[in-house]
Design a protein around this ligand. Structure first.
Ligand code: PHE
Length: 455
């Protein structure tokens, strides 16, 4: 810890390219892949949505990831410090630090509700250990989940525990605990997902799920769904939130940023698709509703586990791994803020505790959105926000507005304000492909999506 404090502005580096990949994958792979991707795919009609999402990852997400890691490594500071410094050294306004400020704020809002959802995994671990899922029917599983949401006390308890865990690692410096943990947990999660997909194949509804996920029906696609797909591409890759920029600052100079980013994006997308392949067969086999919303995996997976031999073991393992996947993501959400405060002379411990405390307080409004305040829809007078609780609004504001906007500004900065020779020095031969994409293709695609949504 002392090492971290002393090294403010000259942060410790990842021990290897593999360590960076694992930390970046740890940040990227989380609730976004396993909880959010299946439920928003279900809500937005399947195939066409998945296709748009994959296109967003390739055309916008990946190039922006390369841009953020590149900026992070060049600046070597917190996202706010990095943006100010790189802009200054390019002879541009230091006002570009605003991109870093918005990213830090985005990550902070996400953390506040992410912690509440991640908290759900813990009562599920306890239920799994207690064998409660064995032979459970879909209705009982739905009732179990409903009971959890209806209890502000329980939600608050687990939200508090999860935020505590996040602060704990963040205070100690990301390299210490995180590096070692993620290198083992991420591969384990992957294997467990494969087992679940194997089970899903036995339900007799695997073909139906494949059709749902991969047969596009463009008549079902709305402009809003495209925006949701775009927003999710940023959310799932941890972009426009300072996470990748902050981690890029700890990356050694001799590592290929483009190759590494491709690996991270592939793994992240792979996990999401596997989660979809595991969940939708169960949904169809049990007559559940694909568009059921945020409870989707918490209702469906216990049913699947309950029918497997060794149900208690697999279910426990799954929710433990999901908890860890969420944990390695939440830590990265706090990193922008903590690294910034650290630069300003605040110790990592104080910064992490302070930041975590405020995010925890804001998170309480998400806890209440799920029960007592479920009818409180402060922006309900606008058609777009009809029926949206505070929790829904945080999600919408970050994924669908702040992240695409932050990404647009980042693309404009690296594509138009930064000297191409400088980015080429970081990216090598990949620069030739990347540069025209971030300069033209990504911003134009982003503007088109914005246009159709504001129209
Ligand atoms: N990518 C993470 C997930 O899919 C969420 C995240 C968003 C992490 C922003 C860091 C920053 O769960």
């Amino acid at each position: 810890m002392a090492e971290n404090n002393q090294r403010a502005g000259n942060p410790a580096q990842w021990s290897s390219r593999f360590a960076f990949i694992m930390a970046a994958v740890g940040s990227a792979v989380g609730l976004g892949n396993i909880w959010k991707f299946p439920y928003i795919t279900g809500e937005n009609g399947g195939g066409a949505f998945v296709l748009v999402y994959l296109a967003c990852i390739a055309v916008i997400g990946l190039p922006i990831m390369v841009a953020e890691v590149m900026l992070g490594r060049r600046g070597g500071k917190s996202p706010i410090g990095t943006m100010a410094m790189v802009a200054g050294s390019e002879g541009r306004s230091r006002g570009w630090a605003g991109v870093g400020i918005m990213a830090t704020l985005t990550a902070f809002i996400i953390l506040s509700f992410y912690s509440v959802i991640a908290g759900w995994t813990m009562p599920y671990i306890l239920a799994a250990v207690g064998g409660e899922f064995s032979g459970i029917a879909a209705e009982e599983s739905g009732a179990l989940f409903g009971g959890l949401l209806a209890s502000p006390g329980q939600l608050l308890l687990w939200h508090s525990v999860f935020m505590g865990l996040t602060v704990l690692v963040s205070a100690g410096g990301v390299r210490h605990g995180l590096e070692r943990a993620v290198t083992k947990l991420m591969p384990a999660l992957f294997v467990l997902l494969l087992i679940l997909v194997g089970y899903a194949m036995t339900t007799g509804h695997f073909g139906e799920a494949i059709g749902f996920l991969f047969r596009p029906d463009f008549s079902a696609l709305t402009a809003e769904a495209v925006l949701v797909a775009l927003g999710h591409a940023f959310f799932t890759l941890s972009l426009a939130s300072g996470a990748m920029m902050a981690y890029g600052a700890y990356l050694k100079k001799d590592v290929s940023i483009a190759r590494t980013s491709v690996v991270v994006a592939f793994m992240d997308t792979g996990v999401a698709l596997l989660a979809g392949l595991a969940i939708f067969p169960i949904v169809f086999a049990n007559g559940l509703e694909p568009g059921a919303g945020p409870g989707l995996i918490f209702v469906t997976l216990p049913v699947a586990f309950g029918q497997m031999p060794g149900s208690s073991f697999f279910a426990t393992l799954f929710f433990v791994l999901l908890l860890f996947a969420a944990w390695s993501s939440s830590i990265s959400m706090l990193e922008s803020l903590v690294s910034y405060l650290n630069e300003k002379g605040v110790s990592r411990v104080k910064a992490a505790v302070g930041g975590g405390l405020v995010a925890w307080l804001v998170g309480i409004t998400t806890v209440l959105s799920l029960n007592e305040w479920a009818g409180f829809t402060p922006l309900g007078m606008f058609e777009r926000f009809e029926g949206k609780t505070l929790f829904d609004l945080y999600d919408y504001l970050t994924a669908n507005i702040m992240m695409p906007l932050g990404a647009l500004l980042t693309a404009l900065f690296v594509g138009w304000k930064m000297k191409p020779a400088h980015s080429a020095a970081e990216l090598g031969s990949w620069h030739r492909v990347w540069y025209p994409v971030v300069r033209y293709l990504s911003p134009i695609a982003l503007l088109i999506v914005f246009y159709f949504n504001l129209k």
